[in-house]
Design a protein. Sequence first.
Length: 438
Amino acid sequence: MRRIRATAVGAVTLSFALTLAACGGGSTGTEGSNEQPKTLTYWASNQGANLEVDKKVLQPELDKFEKETGIEVKLEVVPWGDLLNRILTATTSGQGPDVLNIGNTWSASLQAGGALLPWDAENFEVIGGKDRFVESALGSTGVQGQDPAAVPLYSMAYALYYNKKMFADAGIEKPPATWEELAETGKKLSKDGKWGLGAEGSNLSNNIHQVFVLAKQHGADFFTADGKADFTSDGAVAAVKQYVDLMAKDKVVAPGNAEYAQNQSLSDFAKDKTAMVLWQTASATFKSQGMNEDEWGVAPAPVQSGEPGPGKATNSMVAGINMAVFKNTKNIDGAKKFVKFMTSDEEQVILNKAYGSIPPVKAAQQDPAFNTPALSVLRDTLATSATALPQVPEESQFETVVGTAVKELFVDAAAGRAVTTASVRAALEKAQQQMPEK
């Protein structure tokens, strides 16, 4: 799906790239200038079914901004597979846009380079104040205790999507609320060439999102309180094994899903090949693939206890897109005006409605458009049971090395090789050895 298409290519070099930036590559240590007050360049991440969809959604709003301010916004929609590397290049060279979208899980990593404008109290005041935003969304804007590196733009959360007809045909009356129920339900549905649950075993970001949530449910994290990698705790090992066991042991995920990385599990769901999928705001994608809204249901993602909440009842990472400003922009005042415009109550309703996401702005969330059954689940999850991924500079490397470890364990499961606690621990030990020492 569009929110987790971000490739890990380049992530392993992120620390080096940002070190260069911190040494003077892209950051001047100042807050830009107003040398070019009539134009802005904007890199928007690909949120729609394709780049043209994004242009159709965004251009009327950019035209509206130009009419209000006299500032022309030059738009480029950047595919997820290119976005991180484009940002890294801009960070180190100083040649980038004025305003850009970033995946919210990258906030702390990009913040470390010092090339992005810090959103201190004064800058937040320009856009209406920090208290306009939902707390969970603000939790994914940079390292705790530091001024955020970005401002929330679109919010998403994971939920369990289920095929109503496949459930009815199997005599299943309600979606599973616990992982044990999910495995039992999945076994009833996994027959005649169809499968209970879809997964994206080769998608590193998706792997991280799933095992991070499971680790929380096992009372663990992948980093210590002081930011050191801690991939081999009993809880982290149990989380990874539980996720891969959906294929290896429970056999509710098709072996072919080990190769999925480009949203094939959503296509399988839309074609009635798979009965369930754990995903972020998937409704718009299902519609684009020909499904009617009454063909699927949405329920909170499972937790061990069956009741989502904080701590061990976490059932989603805080997903979403943030908006950042390069420090060296030549239209700093215009950039702030643009962020204010894009995060205004009115624009938040327009944009998040178009993309099927949730506004991170509190007032916009109250619009009836976000009270549908599907979006209500996502909104409630963000408010009560979602947790931000670790806001550490090494987060992107974490996604790469642990995401790859999970990918390789899925390959073992698909090939019929045993996935044991020992083999999971060994894979995570190898991943931890690839992380930089603090």
